[in-house]
Design a protein around this ligand. Structure first.
Ligand SMILES: [Zn+2]
Length: 505
């Protein structure tokens, strides 16, 4: 409710409570959200998407309630979301796209379109599916309808995509804590533009930097000081919004890069928007060498040695190469194999994605012993299955299994290992609570993440980053890039670049 009130307060005078000129305006909404890892061997299928349609979308969205209060009709098509993964299957994307386009045809004349996107969607058979989608939408709605979008700051928005947008805004926090606020901000800009009859202009500067999310956290320097300038930049005369996109580096695509976007109220303020974008982009370029990890890092074996120095404290170690929140499969066995080999005790591996092993364990009872081949089935590039004998300590209730949150806890020679039936990571305290374990009772907790998500960061006495091999390898220069734009930092260290001399894209 607080956020909803804040949203109303942010709207310009005369926009609230159905007052003209917004009353009777019509907005259509859609979304296909996925962060697509082009290095992964596991495609993202239609069944990986959670899909909302029609009233379901509107019931969940606080921005929709605010539109209603302002007298704006919102027509909803498809909102589809899949957890970060491999490239999206063509037939899944085309099914969602066709449904969206049919919805637009059926809707009739529209004043605005609001796209709820991630920005790093990549689809098999398409160079740039996002650009293709928005181009199709533009053809149907015509040039007068305003198209606005909200994005994850890990999106890679190509020029071909942005040219069809009138307004956009991206998250201002990573790890993300402002998802709803960003959506509200994008819709708020759309309503403001409609109320005032504006034709906004988006200025973009592409900064040739490939950076993993773990080296572009917004609440540590140097990015903290740069992101903090966004509100002041956005409130300069004639400007509506500014966004800094860290981009998504595990996509080997020409559009993978960092970007700054500044939205001006109209072409009249184009110069001001360009100047603001240059200021932000140049600061990022100048600080590029300071985009580093904020926690100690090294090989997994080195992190185990480091952990041993923190007796009496639980050490959280990220298995960063197999980070499912950045699209990795989550079944890489390197960490488990190393722990077993070193006979490490009081360790929790949370968790390992293996639906097959999960199904086998499901046939057994708690306290029974099972021998099976674990992991290494999807990530067979960087790991192999491990044959283990384990005792079942916990099994999810059947309803959890239906909900894709199934988990089995196995004791394997003192290494407590969580087997998951669906690709996900342990990001919140409830993930541990749900399987009846207190992570702080262990000496070491391994998670398949890069940076720890806020709840885990808050409870972790010590955090370490294992630089493991996998589809989300943090060592960018070692990735097998073929298609990214060159030169790009840090692949080309001797390059020079300046925001002032950069072309718009
Ligand atoms: Zn993100």
């Amino acid at each position: 409710m607080a956020k909803f009130l804040l949203f109303l307060l942010l709207l310009p005078a005369g926009v609230m409570a159905g007052h003209p000129p917004l009353a009777g305006k019509r907005i259509l909404t859609l979304g296909i959200r996925n962060e697509s890892n082009t290095f992964s061997t596991a495609p993202t299928r239609e069944s990986d998407f959670t899909v909302q349609r029609g009233p379901e979308v509107l019931a969940a969205a606080s921005w929709a309630a605010a539109c209603k209060a302002a007298g704006v009709e919102v027509i909803s098509t498809v909102h589809a979301y899949a957890w970060p993964g491999g490239v999206v299957e063509k037939k899944a994307f085309e099914k969602f796209r066709d449904e969206i386009l049919a919805g637009i045809r059926k809707a009739g004349p529209l004043d605005g379109v609001y796209m709820e996107m991630h920005g790093a969607l990549h689809v098999e058979g398409y160079d740039d599916a996002q650009a293709s989608l928005v181009s199709d939408i533009r053809q149907l709605v015509g040039t007068q309808t305003l198209i606005a979008g909200s994005f994850d700051l890990h999106g890679n928005l190509s020029p071909a995509f942005v040219q069809h947008l009138n307004l956009l805004s991206g998250y201002r926090t990573a790890p993300h804590r402002d998802v709803e606020e960003t959506r509200q901000r994008a819709v708020n800009m759309l309503l403001t533009a409609l109320a005032k009859g504006l034709r906004p202009h988006i200025e973009c500067i592409t900064i040739p930097i490939l950076v993993p999310g773990e080296k572009s956290i917004t609440d540590v320097l140097p990015l903290k000081a740069i992101y903090e300038q966004i509100p002041a930049v956005s409130s300069r005369p004639g400007l509506m919004d500014a966004s800094i996109f860290a981009g998504y580096c595990w996509a080997d695509l020409p559009r993978s890069a960092m970007r700054v976007f500044v939205v001006a109220e109209s072409d009249e303020y184009k110069e001001q928007a360009r100047k603001a974008a240059e200021e932000l982009a140049q600061q990022i370029w100048d600080k590029r060498q300071e985009l580093q990890l904020s926690v100690p890092s090294g090989s997994f074996a080195a992190m185990l040695q480091e952990a041993a120095k923190h007796k009496g404290k639980t050490v959280f170690i990220s298995d960063s190469g197999d980070n499912t929140t950045a699209g990795a499969p989550g079944d890489n066995t390197h960490v488990l194999a190393t722990l077993l080999e070193k006979k490490t005790k009081k360790v929790l591996v949370a968790g390992l994605v293996d639906p097959e092993a999960f199904a086998q364990c499901s046939q057994q009872k708690v306290n029974e012993t099972i021998r099976l081949s674990l992991g290494g089935k999807t990530d067979y590039t960087f790991s192999r299955p491990v044959t283990i004998t384990g005792k079942i300590l916990y099994k999810s209730a059947p309803e959890t299994i239906d909900n894709k949150r199934g988990a089995i806890l196995l004791d394997i020679d003192g290494v407590s290992t969580v087997i998951l039936n669906n690709r996900r990571s342990f990001t919140e305290t409830r993930d541990f609570r749900e399987i009846g374990v207190d992570p702080l009772q262990y000496d070491i907790v391994v998670v398949k993440l890069g940076y720890l998500f806020p709840q885990l960061r808050a409870i972790a006495p010590v955090q370490l980053m294992a630089l493991t091999a996998g589809f989300c390898n943090l060592d960018i220069p070692t990735l097998p890039y073929k298609r990214v734009a060159r030169p790009s930092y840090p692949l080309d260290l001797d390059m020079s670049w300046s925001a002032i001399h950069s072309t718009n894209y």
